[in-house]
Write a protein that binds this ligand. Structure first.
Ligand SMILES: *Cc1c(COP(=O)(O)O)cnc(C)c1O
Length: 495
C-alpha cells in the first residue's frame, strides 16, 4: 500500500536495523572470496527470461516491506556475476581485497563528498597523503593528482591539462579558429583516447594511431613520422599517450624511447598505466616502467590488478600548480576563500566533478593492511603465475600463443581442439579456429565454472583468442593453473 509520511517516519529505525541482514545475505549468497568450485560464478539466463524472474517494474503506489525487499535483493544477487569467485578472470579486475571493501562500506555509510575539507576532513587528508606517496613512487617530485571516476576520466584529465599547458586561453575562449590539436596513441592503446578526442572537441581524426611492433609496443619511429605528418598538415601536435600494460596484450611501451621523441618535439607525455601501473609498487617488475619520471602524467587504476573495489583510479601529474589553475572556477558557495582553515585541502577545486566519491580511502586502507611492498609482492606473484601458466600450456598439446612471451598478467592464446589438430592450416582452418574461443566462452558461462574473456586483434588481422588475466586476488597456486587448463580443455572438447 501507499505509505504516508508518518508511516515512513515510523518505519525508518527498523529499516536501518535491517542493514545487519544484508551482510548475512551477501555471505549466504557466496559473494565473498569464493574458492568453492561447486559454487557457480554466474547463473546465466537470457535477458527476456531474466525480466520474468525479477519484478523490475516500479509501482506508483505499492511499497514493499522489509522481507519482500530482502527477497528481491536475494534474487538480484543470485543472478549477478560473482566477481570475487576465484575462477573469475574475465576482466582486468577480479577478486577484491577485503580491506578495500571495508573502506568502501565505510565511505558509502558516511556518504560524503570529496570536494572540501569541511565535509570530508579525514578523507581530504588521506587523499593528499595517498597522492603524495604515489607521486614519490613515480618519481614525480612535487607532483599533484586526484582520484577520478575511472581510467577513461583520468586519461581525459591528462588531455585537458596538456591542452591548458599549450594554450591556457582555451579555458575562456574555447578552441575556435585555431589549428587542430593532435594527440598520438598506439593501435594497442585503450579506446578512451578516441572517445576523449570526441568529447573534448579535438575530433577523432586528430587522435592519430601509431603502429606497434610484434610485442605490442608503440614504435618510436612511426610516432615521429606521424608527428611530422601532422606538422606538414599544418596541425599542432601536443600530446602523446604511452601505454604501460595494454588492455589486450599487456604490452609496455618503452617509456624512455617515447620520452626522447616527446622531448624533441616538446610534447606532453602521458602514461596510461590504468592496467599496468601496479608494477610501480613491485620489486621484480618495476623496471617495465623505467622512464616514467620523464613523463608529465600518469593514469593508474588500483581497481584492476590490485583488487581495490570499483572504482579506484588515480590521475597523477608531475606539474605542481597546473591542475588547480586549469580546473578551478570561482565557486563562491563551495570553495569560499575566506574559510577559517587551509583551503588548499579543498581538493574539489582541482576536479571536473562537483560531488565526488571517496575512492582514496579503500586504497589507503589496503596499503595500511598490506604495506606497499606487501601489495607489490602480490603483483609479482600474479606475474609469476602468468609466466608459469604459459610454460604449462606449452607442455600440453593444443595450445598456441598469440605472441612468444608476455611481460605482465595477460596471457593470450588459442586452444586448438583435438579434431582440428594436424591439419593443413588454410584460411578456412583459421576461420574455424577463431570460432573456438567464443564457443568455449559460451560453455564457460552456461556452466558457471570459469569466466575468461576473448578478443580479436583486428589491426594484426588476427581473430578471436582467449585472454587470461591474472590479478593479485585470488592469490593462486600452481595447482590452480592446471585446474584452469583442465577446465578449458574439458569445456572445449565437450559437445
Ligand atoms: C581499463 C583501461 C582503461 C580504462 O579504465 P576505466 O577505469 O575502465 O575507465 C584505460 N586504459 C587502459 C590501458 C585500460 O586497461
Amino acid at each position: 500500500m501507499n505509505q504516508s509520511v508518518e508511516e515512513i517516519r515510523q518505519r525508518l529505525p527498523a529499516d536501518w536495523e535491517a542493514l545487519r541482514k544484508v551482510y548475512d545475505l551477501l555471505k549466504k549468497s557466496d559473494v565473498f572470496c569464493v574458492s568453492d568450485n561447486d559454487v557457480k560464478i554466474v547463473e546465466f539466463v537470457q535477458p527476456a527470461e531474466l525480466k520474468k524472474l525479477i519484478d523490475l517494474t516500479i509501482s506508483d503506489d505499492k511499497s514493499l516491506n522489509e522481507a519482500e525487499i530482502l527477497s528481491l535483493c536475494r534474487k538480484v544477487i543470485q543472478y549477478s556475476v560473482k566477481t570475487s569467485h576465484s575462477r573469475f578472470h574475465n576482466q582486468l579486475f577480479g577478486q577484491m581485497d577485503p580491506y578495500g571493501l571495508f573502506g568502501s562500506w565505510i565511505t558509502e555509510a558516511l556518504n560524503t563528498s570529496a570536494y572540501t575539507f569541511e565535509v570530508g576532513p579525514v578523507f581530504s587528508l588521506i587523499e593528499t597523503e595517498v597522492i603524495k606517496k604515489m607521486c614519490d613512487i613515480c618519481g614525480y617530485a612535487n607532483g599533484d593528482g586526484i582520484f577520478a571516476p575511472g581510467g577513461s576520466v583520468s586519461n581525459m584529465y591528462a588531455l585537458v591539462l596538456a591542452r591548458y599547458k599549450v594554450c591556457p586561453d582555451i579555458k575562456a575562449k574555447g578552441i575556435f579558429g585555431m589549428k587542430p590539436l593532435v594527440l598520438f596513441t598506439s593501435e594497442e592503446s585503450h579506446y578512451s583516447f578516441k572517445k576523449a578526442a570526441h568529447w573534448l572537441g579535438f575530433g577523432t581524426d586528430n587522435c592519430v594511431t601509431v603502429k606497434t611492433n610484434s610485442q605490442g609496443q608503440m614504435m618510436a619511429k612511426d610516432l615521429e613520422a606521424k608527428i611530422l605528418q601532422a606538422q606538414e598538415q599544418d596541425k599542432t601536435p601536443f600530446f602523446v599517450n604511452s601505454t604501460a600494460g595494454t588492455t589486450v596484450l599487456g604490452a609496455f611501451d618503452d617509456l624512455n624511447e617515447i620520452a626522447d621523441v616527446c622531448q624533441r618535439y616538446g610534447l606532453w607525455l602521458h602514461v596510461d598505466g590504468c592496467h599496468g601501473g601496479s608494477v610501480l609498487i613491485s620489486k621484480e617488475n618495476r623496471h617495465l616502467m623505467n622512464g616514467l619520471e620523464r613523463s608529465n602524467s600518469l593514469a593508474w587504476n588500483p581497481h584492476k590488478a590490485l583488487g581495490a573495489p570499483l572504482q579506484c583510479s588515480m590521475f597523477l601529474t608531475q606539474e605542481t600548480e597546473l591542475m588547480s589553475k586549469c580546473n578551478s572556477t570561482e565557486v563562491k558557495y563551495l570553495f569560499q576563500q575566506d574559510k577559517f582553515y587551509d583551503v588548499s585541502y579543498d581538493t574539489g577545486n582541482k576536479s571536473v566533478q562537483c560531488g565526488r566519491k571517496i575512492d582514496c580511502f579503500k586504497f589507503w586502507l589496503m596499503l595500511k593492511a598490506r604495506s606497499v611492498n606487501g601489495l607489490g609482492s602480490l603483483v609479482d606473484h600474479a606475474v609469476k603465475m602468468a609466466k608459469l601458466f604459459v610454460s604449462k600450456m606449452l607442455q600440453r598439446e593444443g595450445y598456441r600463443l598469440v605472441q612468444d612471451s608476455f611481460l605482465y598478467t595477460n596471457v593470450c592464446f588459442w586452444y586448438i581442439p583435438k579434431a582440428m589438430r594436424g591439419q593443413e592450416e588454410t584460411s578456412e582452418w583459421e576461420a574455424k579456429l577463431y570460432e573456438v574461443a567464443p564457443k568455449i566462452k559460451e560453455k564457460m558461462i552456461r556452466s558457471g565454472s570459469l569466466m575468461i574473456g576473448y578478443s580479436p586483434l583486428s589491426y594484426r588481422g588476427v581473430g578471436n583468442f582467449i585472454r587470461m588475466i591474472f590479478t593479485c586476488y585470488p592469490v593462486i597456486d600452481e595447482d590452480e593453473l592446471d585446474a584452469i587448463l583442465d577446465e578449458i580443455e574439458y569445456l572445449a572438447e565437450q559437445d
